[in-house]
Design a protein around this ligand. Sequence first.
Ligand code: FES
Length: 163
Amino acid sequence: MTDLIPALSPEEIAEIEHEVSLIPRRDGAAIDALMIVQRHRGWVSDASIKAVAALLEMSAEELDGIATFYNLIFRQPVGEQVILFCDSVSCWLRDADSVKQRLIDTLGIDYGQTTQDGRYTLLPVPCLGACDRAPVMMVGDELHSQLHDCDLNALLAPGEASD
Ligand code: FES
């Protein structure tokens, strides 16, 4: 049963309670709590949504709405590294489409998918705030810019890309 994996660990609960202690309302810690769970587990399951909502004294539906709206909260399992590819106007104007196609060809996946080896998940995001260096993407915590001049194979672990 899924109950074999606790929806929240004691460490996660302690970290969430710490965030709650810093603000006047328990539900004000919703995004921080979701990020804590994601840092521990890589994503936020339905069971964790319910457990966090109970801890924050809010409804699971309300918390799920926040999690779904906030595109850096992953509601499905993701790869070891998430690639956030900027899909906004400044990047479009600097040929992001052809970079995106090279990325798709290199990884063998499209938006919303994870490579077979579990290394990468590719997701579109709105402007990453680096328009002057477009086109850009984040790989994990690292920003990569001016991608039209970039060797994507080298950037994404040479020899490990899917066909
Ligand atoms: S539009 Fe891509 S970084 Fe702003």
